[in-house]
Design a protein around this ligand. Structure first.
Ligand code: HEC
Ligand code: HEC
Ligand code: HEC
Ligand code: HEC
Ligand code: HEC
Ligand code: HEC
Ligand code: HEC
Length: 383
């Protein structure tokens, strides 16, 4: 669907259902626009200065950002804690035996069918391992392959990589790995690393693994130079030369995080459904009755999440965001400022009941359902 058609469609939805509309775009639509957008390839390597430069002036943001999982979304397999602390991993499937043996920071992946064994040395570990860690490596032909075995902390062991389970492998190679085409490699690294893609090629040596300042704020060389001149009194230009997502409209702000976490349209177009769709928070959130308007800044990702600090796991911390719209005392009449009714059950820890955790089988773990709702015991997963 063209971007134009989508806008028209969105506007007609807006006219038909003014309270439940969305004007979000897909990530490829945003990337086609001029200007910066996350996952956009770099033009020049020298545009990037790295977190250490930002830390000189934004000390506390830099210090807390270092603790986030996003900052560690990718690492060399040789630096993987999961592998270092589990030096002998294995899992059996039919006659195939999968193993990852780690010694002296070398992670050796092997698959055997009883008669033959194939080996590869793991190169990149994707995911800090809250949920899982998936590995990529290269064959001598320079091509990337994805290991069919992933490490899951919930299992303290290996199982099939999400979405890549097999029922009947056609060969030992098929059992072991999946070849990852260059176009997909580029996408993986765009979301899990910073400054990874120059033009259309992967920069394995100069990229910074993980999601860092310049993945969200655009390359910073110009900003640093401008701020140094400003602070040295050599310039009075008010131009900051950096992308600040705080200036985005609420609808675009959701799409901004959605560049990596999927926008409403990304999820829709990919046909995601069932519990796995909880991995697309924007899609679920926009399906809630709370999502009253794309122009209401009280319910965007950054309302509840500060991307510069680790995920808040204390439910009390989220209450204020709900009470921005919902009345606290039962019987209070909804107003334009407080369009949401009060809860007849509780006045705190709202998310524990209304944003339930949903088990996603292929991830062997729970994800938070961002579709805010009255969750009933035993109900089918609401699509
Ligand atoms: C030499 C000091 C300096 C360095 C280095 C620096 N900044 Fe800044 N930055 C500033 C100042 C000064 C401001 C404007 C005042 C403020 O908002 O704190 C600013 C503002 C910003 C803003 C808000 C812009 C806005 O529109 O309000 C962002 C985002 C930002 N910086 C990100 C970065 C990133 C990312 C880096 C590293 C690539 C970086 N800064 C490096 C000094 C610096
Ligand atoms: C450049 C891609 C990218 C962008 C942009 C991005 N994220 Fe992420 N985010 C990731 C990746 C990759 C992970 C998985 C990290 C991991 O666990 O390895 C993640 C994980 C998270 C987590 C889970 C952290 C945890 O402790 O489990 C939260 C919360 C999050 N992101 C919020 C946001 C918000 C809010 C925004 C928008 C302001 C955003 N992200 C934008 C790539 C991105
Ligand atoms: C469009 C952006 C995007 C692409 C492309 C992408 N990822 Fe991710 N990935 C994310 C985000 C965002 C998360 C965190 C939320 C989640 O787990 O759904 C994540 C999470 C993960 C996790 C789980 C990490 C954890 O939280 O424990 C693994 C493993 C992973 N990705 C591997 C890969 C691999 C391997 C590829 C390429 C074959 C890839 N990803 C491509 C954005 C992306
Ligand atoms: C995952 C995306 C992401 C990453 C990574 C990230 N930021 Fe931000 N940053 C944001 C968003 C979103 C905002 C706007 C928050 C808001 O709406 O209030 C922001 C705002 C800012 C601001 C302006 C603060 C203000 O109060 O206006 C500064 C300065 C900043 N970031 C610096 C940094 C620095 C330095 C780093 C790296 C150490 C960094 N950011 C990493 C997404 C990110
Ligand atoms: C932008 C304003 C806004 C925010 C923020 C908001 N809500 Fe709502 N919510 C509404 C509106 C409007 C409705 C529909 C009217 C009603 O039922 O009160 C609603 C409906 C609900 C419902 C009833 C859903 C149903 O299916 O009947 C629940 C439960 C709920 N909200 C809980 C929450 C919780 C918990 C939070 C915080 C995590 C929250 N809301 C944040 C505006 C909001
Ligand atoms: C109304 C508050 C609220 C909003 C808005 C919100 N989140 Fe969350 N999010 C939460 C809560 C609560 C958790 C669970 C925290 C915990 O684990 O205790 C969570 C968890 C997450 C996680 C960790 C993985 C998981 O599923 O548990 C990611 C990633 C995430 N949110 C991304 C986003 C993105 C992207 C957006 C915007 C589309 C967003 N969130 C909007 C409240 C919110
Ligand atoms: C212990 C679980 C629990 C907690 C905590 C909780 N709720 Fe509820 N909430 C419920 C249940 C159950 C219902 C459905 C009541 C019914 O329909 O009988 C409900 C109903 C609601 C409704 C619909 C009310 C209506 O009249 O349509 C809203 C809105 C709501 N809750 C918001 C919140 C907010 C905001 C918070 C935090 C301040 C919160 N809830 C905390 C369990 C909880």
């Amino acid at each position: 669907m063209s971007r134009w058609l989508r806008r028209v469609l969105c506007w007609s939805v807006l006219l038909l259902a003014p309270t439940r509309a969305w004007t979000q775009l897909s990530t490829s639509d945003h990337l086609a626009d001029p200007g910066f957008w996350p996952t956009q390839p770099a033009r020049y390597r020298t545009e990037y200065v790295g977190d250490a430069a930002c830390a000189q002036c934004h000390t506390s943001i830099a210090a807390s950002s270092r603790q986030t999982q996003m900052a560690h979304a990718l690492l060399p397999a040789s630096a993987s804690d999961a592998l270092q602390t589990h030096p002998n991993l294995s899992f059996l499937f039919q006659r195939y035996r999968y193993q990852i043996a780690t010694k002296d920071s070398v992670a050796n992946y092997s698959v055997s069918d009883g008669a033959h064994v194939l080996h590869a040395q793991l190169l990149w570990a994707f995911g800090v391992g809250r949920v899982g860690q998936t590995y990529l490596y290269k064959r001598p032909d320079g091509q990337f392959y994805e290991a069919r075995a992933t490490y899951f902390p919930s299992l303290q062991g290996l199982n099939f990589t999400p979405g890549r389970a097999l029922t009947a492998p056609s060969s030992l190679e098929d059992a072991m790995e999946r070849r990852v085409e260059t176009s997909e490699v580029v996408r993986c690294f765009s979301c899990h690393a910073t400054g990874a893609i120059l033009g259309s090629s992967l920069q394995e040596t100069s990229m910074v693994p993980g999601v860092h300042c310049e993945a969200c704020h655009a390359p910073g060389a110009k900003h640093v130079a401008a701020m140094q001149r400003l602070m040295a009194g050599k310039s009075s230009s008010p131009k900051l030369e950096i992308f600040n997502p705080a200036q985005l409209m609420p609808e675009d702000s959701m799409d901004f995080c959605g560049a990596c976490h999927a926008t409403w349209w990304d999820a829709k177009l990919s046909g995601t459904h069932g519990p796995a769709s909880t991995r697309a928070p924007a899609y679920r959130l926009e399906g809630s009755r709370c999502w009253i308007s794309t122009y209401d800044a009280r319910l965007t990702c950054t309302t509840c999440h500060d991307p510069h600090v680790p995920l808040q796991t204390n439910p009390l911390a989220y209450d204020a965001h709900c009470l921005n719209c919902h009345a606290k005392t039962a019987g209070t009449k909804p107003t334009a400022q407080h369009p949401g009714a009060a809860c007849p059950i509780s006045t705190s820890r709202c998310t524990t009941c209304h944003m339930p955790k949903v088990y996603v089988p292929e991830m062997h773990s729970d994800f938070t359902d961002h579709r805010i709702r009255i969750a009933r015991q035993g109900e089918p997963f609401p699509e």
